[in-house]
Design a protein around this ligand. Sequence first.
Ligand SMILES: [Zn+2]
Length: 67
Amino acid sequence: MEDTNNKPVNATLKTNDSKPTDKRHRCQWCNALFPESELHLEADLGFLCDHCIMALRSRGENLIPMN
Ligand SMILES: [Zn+2]
């Protein structure tokens, strides 16, 4: 395994008001907030959570994931 983690230790002490990893979006279907990493971006529908993705698939919707 490659170790690329050679940042200075105090790099984490910077202001953390807008961490890019902490982005949240609403699921377009159930309107709940989720971290971006838990959502799926669909070409036509926007952000959807796992639960809604499964519901849409079971209805036979044609989902077009963008990520
Ligand atoms: Zn949802």
